[in-house]
Each structure stands twice: as structure tokens, then as C-alpha cells.
Design a protein around this ligand. Sequence first.
Ligand code: ADP
Ligand code: MG
Length: 255
Amino acid sequence: MDELHPDQHVDSSAPAIQVRQLHKNFGDNEVLKGIDFHVDAGQVVCVIGPSGSGKSTLLRCVNRLEEPTSGQIFVEGIDITDPDTELDKVRSRIGMVFQQFNLFPHMTVLRNLTIAQQRVKGRGKTEAEKVARANLDRVGLADKEGAYPAHLSGGQQQRVAIARALSMNPDMMLFDEPTSALDPELVGDVLDVMKKLASEGMTMMVVTHEMGFAREVGDNLVFMDGGVIVEEGDPVKVLGDPQNRRTQSFLSKVL
Ligand code: ADP
Ligand code: MG
């Protein structure tokens, strides 16, 4: 077993994710204009909002795929915007799942799940395969370990991508529109896996247009527009009775 918390500075009483006054510019384009929010351990936060509102940029800042222009982001109490922070250690606690599944096409499902475990976590082949098989089982794809991605449906590929992220034993998972590239009939299986993860207590931040999922699974809903959080709260309340005009307008188009 690898240590869950190789870094001594993890503060288990801190929120899983805390974002303070986050700004992100791309050149002259200010894409995030002062974002504040937090995700408690075990919580599921859903992020909704129109295209271009900064949802992906926010998620990418949380695991430093993008460098914030200003502001602070704490992951389990560690300031990941501090230049002294060991980013690799923090990143290893955060699993990420994208709209495009990004599997390695020339590798079997099993190898897709073992390669980062071996290279990043330093696990031996036997242990990596054991972990991989347990996680394939978790997403209902135990029988697909020898398949190549091209031979799987989009929904199966996305479940492999989730199993791959889980195989790194993350403390939290970030999902960026995980079902948006899928044919409608394949969405349910992926959402079911995500629901199961949530019920097992995984901390999750989910950018999604699946309002049913947000309502059913989300502990908190964040509505973004134009680089700011316009409204947030209990998903049932926000979706059922949005207070802000922009939230109302967006929901009237998607619901
Ligand atoms: P969303 O995920 O809500 O659709 P994004 O975070 O992808 O929004 O994008 C928000 C804005 O940031 C858009 O105007 C987009 O063009 C811009 N943007 C995103 N990534 C980059 C980048 N790497 N370089 C320049 N502009 C970017
Ligand atoms: Mg996006």
C-alpha cells in the first residue's frame, strides 16, 4: 500500500478545495473575475453555466493545469498557488476526467490503468494490475481489461477513464462535462458510476449539463456566467427557484 498522505502538511480539517479571489486572464481576456468557493470533504459540487463562462478554466486551475493570475487555491489546506508547493504531490490527490476520454489508443484497457500507477506511483506490475482490476470492477467493466479503446463504446471508454483516475487513489475527483460527448443512451451508465462514487463519499467537483444528476447527487450547485459565480446553493432550490435573472435565463433554455 502506498501512503495516502505522503505530504506532512495535509490538514484534514481543512476543506478539500478552497478557492479565494481567483482571477485568470488569457492575455487581455479576463476569464475568471474573482471566484470564491469551497468544497468540503465528501461533498459533491456541481458547476453549471453557459459555454465560455469559465467552468473548464476554473477546474483546470484547481489542479494547476492552468496557472492562476491571482488569488489562492488550497487543496486539503495546501496553497497550490505557492511556488514552494510540490505540485506533483498535490496533483496526485486529484483525479481528473475530461469530456474527451483521452485514453491511450494503442494500449489495452488494463495497460491504460496500470501505466501511471507504475510510472508515477512506483507500483510494481502485479500490484498495479490488482488495483486496476478492482477499479474496472467498480465501473462494471471487469470483462474489458484486454480490449482496446476503439472497440469500446464512448460510455465504456469514459468509465475506463474514471477507473484509470481512481486507480491513482485520489482524495477527490474533478469531472469536466464527462457525459457531453456521449450518445444519449450511454449517458446513464456513466452517471450511475458517478452516483456510486458520490455515495461512497468521494469528494467531487462536476461541471455538467445534467440537471437531474445535479439535483439528485449535488450537495451544492454553482452557477457561473461571465467569469463570476452568479448564484450558488442547494441544487434543488437553485434549479427549482433561481433567484438571479441570469440563472433564470440559462435554466429556461436548458431545462
Ligand atoms: P467553459 O468551460 O465554461 O465553456 P472555458 O473555461 O473553456 O469556458 O473558457 C472561458 C473563456 O476562456 C473562453 O472565452 C475561452 O475562449 C477562453 N480560454 C480558455 N482557455 C484558453 C486558453 N488556453 N487560451 C486562451 N483563451 C482561453
Ligand atoms: Mg468547458
